[in-house]
Design a protein around this ligand. Structure first.
Ligand SMILES: Cc1cc2nc3c(=O)[nH]c(=O)nc-3n(C[C@H](O)[C@H](O)[C@H](O)COP(=O)(O)O)c2cc1C
Length: 199
């Protein structure tokens, strides 16, 4: 099985998002390609890309071979080559970090990963599991939530746009409370992931 690990935290392999992703990847048993959005940041989209997406026709070869359009093709190819995705991300200001948003802007692309039809947008990619590992300083789920959550609903809509509907969320919340909470959350997750029917 081919796994695409999209790593989002600026803290890289020291991050809780990385740790949680590794727990999931360990259960999936596959070969891993890492797209590290901190070590190799995806730039904001350029003018050729914005022009191409706003135009009713596909860009010419020259524009398609450079800048954001070329990077978009590479990032989409990585998704297409994967049997599943693991996205490890912190919550930043109630939603996805801007580095993950930049990746989404390159991957969610009209006429390439989704089509516009009279009935709305239709995804063009084959559906596959997307394991989303979210970590946060405060709580954002359940009755004890301390803040709104624009991360999980946004990711559901953005990825469904391109045909990825099978999202499975894993969270570690309230990590700003300190090392004891982090240790307890890691133990909870490790135990839960060991259950035979967890996936
Ligand atoms: C710019 C920034 C914004 C943040 N915004 C939120 C937020 O809205 N809600 C929250 O619960 N935590 C927020 N946090 C805290 C991180 O989600 C938290 O520290 C997380 O555990 C970091 O994960 P990591 O160890 O994977 O880097 C924010 C952190 C940063 C740096």
């Amino acid at each position: 099985m081919k796994i695409l690990h999209v790593s989002v935290s600026p803290r890289g392999e020291d991050s809780n998002a990385w740790w949680l992703s590794q727990q999931i990847i360990g259960r999936l048993h596959g070969s891993v390609t890492v797209r590290d959005l901190h070590a190799s940041p995806v730039p904001h989209i350029d003018a050729d890309y914005a022009d191409a997406l706003g135009s009713p026709v596909e860009p010419g070869h020259a524009a398609a071979a450079r800048g954001s359009l070329a990077l978009s093709e590479q990032l989409i190819s990585e998704v297409e080559a994967a049997d599943c995705l693991v996205i490890g991300t912190p919550m930043h200001n109630y939603t996805v970090p801007s580095s993950l948003k930049a990746w989404i802007d390159h991957v969610v692309r009209v006429r390439r990963t989704f089509a516009i039809t009279p009935d709305g947008k239709v995804g063009l990619l084959r559906d596959r599991p997307v394991y989303v590992a979210i970590v946060s300083g405060g709580g954002f789920s359940g009755p004890q939530a301390q803040q709104p959550d624009f991360l999980t609903p946004y990711l559901k809509v953005a990825l469904a746009t391109i045909g990825l509907h099978d999202l499975r969320f894993f969270t570690m919340e309230r990590l700003a409370a300190g090392p004891q909470v982090i240790a307890a959350e890691r133990e909870r997750v490790a135990t839960a992931l060991m259950q035979p029917d967890f996936f």
